[in-house]
Ligand binder design. Sequence first.
Ligand code: ADP
Length: 196
Amino acid sequence: MPNVYWFKGQVSRDDREKLHAHKGVVIWFTGLSASGKSTIANQLEKILYDRRCSTYVFDGDNVRHGLCKDLGFSDADRTENIRRIGEMVNLFIDAGIIAITAFISPIRQDRKKVCDLVGKDRFFEIYIQCPIDICAERDPKGLYQKAIAGLIPNFTGVSAPYDPPENPSLIINSDKEDPQTASNRIIELLEKHNII
Ligand code: ADP
């Protein structure tokens, strides 16, 4: 962009990571509505917090109340939603924080762009896999009931597509694994990659 220059401060990401005593990364959850992204993200954050890690959970609905409140659920708006979140997450990674995101993020290409932005070694894609009939049965916000009745257009899995990850860092089958077991597996993954 003309006349706009990146300002490099005196404190680097490496310095901040030393202060936090862990790396800055994103744990990117993806999966259908009600698959368990928020539940597992929050469980994971509690475990990391108890280990004195600096974390922040980005939740779909919360972001849509503010940063992305001008966006809807068309393909173009979903792409812009994930682009903005990706840029925000990238800044959190630069701050040395473990960002945890709980967005359906149904479009594979959008997730790939975030991965390309933050770097492959800082992007952990966690696929929360759950059969849609179980998601629809859970229906904690009553969204499936409304979507099936035709009251919510472009609802992922009902009237809009979901591209499952081709090569995720981890698959969690939330119809078989409880949130605690799932979170512990993510902790193991982070340990294995020397993130924490
Ligand atoms: P999402 O963020 O993917 O939309 P939520 O976490 O908001 O999903 O909702 C998932 C619902 O499923 C919650 O009501 C949660 O208590 C329930 N649930 C049941 N079993 C599990 C599990 N093994 N993992 C995650 N959530 C589960």
